[in-house]
Design a protein around this ligand. Structure first.
Ligand SMILES: [Zn+2]
Length: 482
């Protein structure tokens, strides 16, 4: 008996892989047209490979790439596992397959698909498979009729005629696990005699093609020179703004809508400026903005600025082809969004930058300039005496009332390293510079938040005090030069 007569509905490429032929060019030689193969479900046959190339073409022409690609194929479990094992069992039984049907060194359908597809992609688009490629071709093959081959997973082994009520789609993992636990004899009994050799099919598998480009990160720092610009866009359907800011939000409401038609509460955000160039030049599916902390909308961010990172998902150009000239264009676009937001040190970074951001977040110190009002008149000598304390203040801050709706209730110890009187504006107003640890609530340090932050400026001066204006004048870590 020959292989072909034992497996009459196998395609020539499946015959090759069942002989464990490992020379990729063998899988690209022309083959005569045959009915849909009952082993690969048509996946290795020319109609499927041709359809796949046709489907890939528009995806690839929408991208700029460096002719390198990686491939991921999701295969029907019946083809990659059950029919493969059954065919090898038939051959093994006839002494035509020296290795065990489950030998891990057998050429898998996945390997053969990769060889066949890579050759086709190379011929059609001049692209090569490369392990470091930043372009991913994702192939998802499906074949509904053969899903019933895996129906045994539905069945209770103790009572094989009663089907368990499981979900309709058996997960591939469950099938792999169940089949791996079976001896060859058990596999034959489970699949039944009609499966040896695997029965013919009428329609070949269908393929869905998608193409992804590796994500890329950009980082920078921003200055926010306005008290009506928020860090991230606020939307009408977002949670209500803190009370004092609602008026600003209302004033801007409805001026701009996002791509989903939601009305933004503020007409511009730092995120809009930081991602403007990326969106324009790279046209990604998504650009996710993350900053190292945040300030309130009415607080300006001055000095060297606050660091941020933007993760760019599925850009329309592979990262390897992003040139300095493009980054320069992104910088120019970011600068053109608003005079209230300055984007600086904008550059492409590696993914290790996320870890750096996190440690920055933990270690950073922030410098603030506060304009403070006091109910009674306080002279500069008294201010210096009570606020410019050697060694600063160790604060116990309960979660501020204004953020209780989104933060858990806790008492946090935070350090004010230094407070310094900068200027007495009038008997009831003064300007104070403060250096504080990450996570310190400065507004609460001034007015006390109904005694929830201790000590506080109001308590130290023994009169009501409130914060009129607040700016972040710098953010730095001890390792950075201040
Ligand atoms: Zn085949």
């Amino acid at each position: 008996m020959s292989l072909v007569s034992l497996l009459p509905t196998a395609c020539p490429r499946c015959i090759l892989r069942l002989q464990n032929i490992r020379t990729p060019p063998s899988y690209t030689r022309p083959i005569r047209p045959t009915p849909p193969c009952s082993l690969c479900l048509g996946i290795l046959q020319d109609p499927a490979l041709t359809a796949l190339i046709t489907a890939l073409r528009p995806h690839l022409s929408a991208l700029r790439h460096d002719r390198r690609f990686k491939i991921n194929a999701s295969l029907p479990i019946s083809a990659s596992l059950l029919r493969d094992r059954a065919a090898r069992h038939v051959l093994h039984h006839a002494n035509l397959h020296p290795a065990s049907p489950t030998d891990p060194h057998n050429v898998s359908l996945r390997e053969a698909v990769k060889w066949a597809v890579c050759a086709r992609v190379h011929d059609a688009f001049g692209m090569r498979y490369h392990p470091d490629a930043q372009l991913f071709v994702d192939l998802s093959f499906s074949h509904t009729p053969s899903n019933s081959d895996a129906a045994f997973v539905h069945t209770d082994p103790a009572n094989p005629h009663k089907r368990r009520r499981l979900q309709n789609d058996v997960s591939a993992t469950a099938v792999v696990r169940a089949a791996a636990a079976m001896t060859d004899q058990q596999f034959v009994e489970t699949m039944g005699p009609r499966f040896f050799p695997p029965p013919p099919i009428e329609q070949p598998a269908e393929v869905a093609v998608s193409v992804y480009v590796a994500p890329v990160l950009f980082a920078g720092r921003y200055n926010k020179l306005s008290r009506v610009v928020s860090q991230t866009p606020w939307f009408v359907d977002a949670p209500p703004a803190a009370s004092g800011l609602a008026a600003i939000a209302r004033a801007n409401e409805g001026k701009v809508t996002d791509q989903y038609g939601r009305r933004k509460r503020t007409e511009l955000s730092v995120e809009d400026a930081a991602t403007a160039g990326i969106r324009e030049v790279l046209n990604p599916d998504k650009a996710t903005f993350t900053a190292g902390g945040r300030e309130d909308v009415d607080v300006r961010m001055l000095g060297k600025g606050r660091p941020f990172v933007v993760e760019v998902i599925n850009p329309k150009i592979v990262p390897a082809l992003i040139e300095e000239e493009m980054v320069e264009r992104m910088r120019a676009l970011a600068a053109s969004v608003s005079s209230s937001v300055v984007i600086r040190d904008f550059r492409m970074v590696s993914k290790e930058y996320f870890a750096q951001m996190r440690s920055f977040e933990m270690e950073k110190k922030k410098c603030y300039r506060c304009v403070v009002w006091t109910r009674r008149e306080v002279g500069s000598e008294e201010l210096k005496d009570k606020l410019e304390v050697q060694g600063g203040f160790m604060l116990r801050q309960k979660t501020p009332l204004r953020v209780l709706h989104r933060r858990t209730q806790a008492v946090r110890e935070r350090c004010i390293f230094e407070a310094r009187l900068t200027r007495v504006v009038s008997p009831n107003f003064f300007v104070m510079d403060v250096v504080a640890a990450a996570g310190t609530y400065i507004k609460e340090f001034v007015h006390g938040d109904h005694g929830r932050t201790l000590p506080n400026v109001a308590q130290l001066l023994d009169c009501d005090a409130d914060i009129v204006q607040l700016d972040v004048t710098d953010i730095y870590t001890d390792s950075e030069k201040r």
